[in-house]
Design a protein around this ligand. Structure first.
Ligand code: ADP
Ligand code: MG
Length: 361
């Protein structure tokens, strides 16, 4: 196991990059702590695989260094990094049995037969294939082959890190949950440094203690699920995490107050910033009202989604979503929204502003 340090790292697939847009991965400094389980979350094309492949050595970065426990491995081949990587699509040997596939990474390292049998047995059970160990991989479903790939990644106990690149894409939904649970158990049992790439927020939030959110080649926030929910550092995090995502209101600031259209809203803390901002409020913290204080809003429709209702409103031409309890009545004459105290974030150029006096609210 190892702490993985990314020092001044950046990558472009172009031979002669010039502008920031030429970089698939923009400059990044980050430590992946030894033994921590991370999810790397972002939409397709934001640079997740690029970053993972640099860590594993499949790709040499155009700038910066990769260190394992302080040792520079930037140009070291994958084999020298002692890493297990699982890809989105299965990598298995068709002519071998499931058992032989799982044993392969261990046999390769000259491990004793007894120890190999023990580990293959353990992993075979974790991926739910204990009954199929002696079947040839050829002829198995894509789903089963991916489970073998996953098992091959999990079978070594001495790795510096385990890297998963959207490993459950081809797995059916109920098996996804089971395998994710097994990966968490693996982390509890062995304490490997794990990086789990996904574009699915539910997967990220249920897998990891720390979620690293990427957007457009940048890491925009690293935090616990709660931090990402309560204090999105970037408007992308607010929008991408949550269902529906955070609402944004164009505003100007005056100390503790924000001016949104003709309405004035108390922010609960003062902000020092000139120029236009956006006030971000999650649907969970929008309250509906009729008359009185608040921002004028028009009710558009109510969607019943089981545990709660999603209320869609029109505020100054923009759609705003609110979440109401299942049993809560939504009056048809609703014409205002208010924000729950302390649930407001303020953004300038997409980045969150820190309130004066810090974030202690
Ligand atoms: P993700 O895994 O988040 O979907 P990638 O890291 O695969 O994103 O890709 C990031 C960006 O780099 C994308 O714009 C993609 O088109 C580009 N890219 C990825 N691989 C290559 C490659 N081998 N050559 C050129 N461009 C690439
Ligand atoms: Mg990818």
């Amino acid at each position: 196991m190892a702490t993985i340090t990314l020092d001044n790292l950046a990558h472009s697939y172009l031979p002669d990059p010039k502008t920031p847009e030429d970089f698939a991965l923009k400059e990044l400094n980050h430590d992946w702590a030894d033994g921590e389980a991370y999810a790397l979350l972002g939409s397709s094309g934001c640079g997740k695989s690029t970053l993972l492949n640099i860590i594993s050595g499949l790709l040499i970065p155009s700038q910066g260094r990769v260190l394992f426990d302080g040792r520079d491995v930037t140009t070291a081949p994958t084999a020298d990094r002692n890493i297990a990587q699982v890809f989105q699509f299965p990598v298995v040997y068709d002519t071998m049995t499931v058992r032989e596939n799982l044993a392969f990474p261990l046999r390769n390292r000259g491990m004793e037969a007894e120890e190999i049998a023990r580990r293959v047995g353990r992993v075979g059970t974790m991926i739910g294939m204990e009954a199929e160990l002696d079947r040839k991989a050829r002829g198995l479903t894509a789903d089963a082959k991916q489970k073998i790939s996953l098992g091959r990644g999990m079978v070594r106990e001495d790795v510096n890190a385990l890297l998963f690149d959207e490993p459950l894409t081809v797995i059916d939904p109920h098996m996804k949950w089971e395998l994710r649970t097994q990966l968490k158990k693996l982390h509890r049992d062995f304490g490997h440094t794990m990086i789990y790439v996904t574009h699915d927020q539910t997967e990220a939030l249920t897998f990891a203690d720390k979620v690293v959110v990427m957007y457009d080649g940048r890491v925009v926030q690293i935090g616990t699920p709660q931090e990402l929910f309560e204090r999105p550092a970037h408007t992308f995090v607010g929008y991408f995490i949550g269902s529906p995502g955070m609402n944004l209101f164009d505003a100007t600031l005056d100390g503790r107050q924000a001016r949104i259209g003709d309405a004035t809203v108390d922010l609960g803390a003062a902000f020092r910033h000139r120029g236009p901002v956006q006030v971000g409020v999650r649907p969970e913290f929008i309250r509906l009202a009729t008359g009185g204080e608040g921002i004028p809003a028009r009710l558009r429709r109510v969607e019943d989604v089981g545990r709660h209702k999603i209320v869609r409103l029109n505020v100054g031409g923009t759609e705003v979503s609110a979440i109401a309890d299942e049993g809560e009545a939504i009056p048809a004459d609703t014409d205002r929204i208010r924000f729950a105290p302390g649930a407001v974030n303020v953004y300038a150029d997409a980045w969150r502003l820190t309130p004066e006096g810090g974030d202690a609210r």
